[in-house]
Design a protein around this ligand. Structure first.
Ligand SMILES: N[C@@H](CCC(=O)N[C@@H](CS)C(=O)NCC(=O)O)C(=O)O
Length: 226
């Protein structure tokens, strides 16, 4: 078996696939690809030029949701999607809520300006205005999204049923980027979501990825407030 994930570790979508593989207990190779400077031929694997792409021997796929859905069929155990039809659809919904709702709000105004841009520009710290926009985005624009997750999670350990599903993998893996940027949903306002994230972020499969990324991308994580 030769499974390969292509895409920079810091992409929330790449991390989702890597966490999915880890939860399946599968070994894979990882190729760091910068989607803005891809190697020749990358679009043969990913026609939109995005990361992640994926190879299973001589077969290839792209898009994190497609890759995870494929892996579930190819390696059914342990199941990471619910078997009940409604729960299955709800798990897909949480994945989409993150991929299409939360990550596009937080990526461009929080993670990119506070973490990636300084790295690309030789370590220059973000200015006060950039910090203020990121804080406002996290505390105001993202608040209704976190509120929704808080209510949906309720007193459960996982978003849809038990055990872990693609819903939990998506929420926890994608919010690592805001963690790297020094933000996490406030414990006072979102106690259940915050506790869920802390549980997931210390889960060995995800902690391993966070620990790998932190020396480069996670220097602001120490700023996370309660
Ligand atoms: N729906 C895609 C989204 C992938 C995506 O947007 N990846 C970003 C990096 S986080 C990317 O490749 N951006 C480069 C571009 O848009 O050209 C997935 O789930 O894989």
């Amino acid at each position: 078996m030769s499974l390969v994930v292509l895409g920079g570790s810091v992409s929330p979508y790449v991390r989702k696939v890597r966490l999915f593989l880890a939860e399946k207990g599968l070994d894979y190779q990882h190729e760091q690809i910068n989607p803005f400077a891809p190697p020749p031929g990358y679009r043969d694997l990913s026609p939109l030029g995005k990361i992640p792409a994926f190879k299973d021997g001589d077969r290839s796929l792209c898009d994190s949701s497609v890759i995870c859905a494929y892996l579930e069929k190819r390696f059914p155990t342990p199941a990471l999607y619910p078997s009940d039809p409604y729960d299955y659809a709800r798990a897909l919904w949480f994945e989409e809520f993150m991929d299409g709702g939360v990550t596009p709000v937080l990526g461009p105004k929080v993670f990119f300006p506070l973490v990636l841009k300084p790295l690309f520009s030789g370590g220059q710290a973000p200015d006060a205005e950039t910090e203020a926009i990121a804080k406002k985005t996290f505390e105001e624009d993202a608040a209704p999204l976190f509120d929704y997750l808080e209510k949906q999670l309720g007193d459960r350990e996982y978003f849809v049923g038990n055990p872990l599903t693609i819903a939990d993998i998506s929420v926890a893996a994608e919010l690592v980027n805001t963690r790297h940027a020094g933000f996490a949903p406030a414990r006072k306002k979102f106690p259940k979501l915050r506790a869920f994230l802390e549980r997931m972020w210390s889960r060995p499969t995800l902690k391993m990825l966070i620990d790998e990324e932190t020396p480069v991308f996670g220097k602001r994580a120490a700023r996370i407030a309660d």
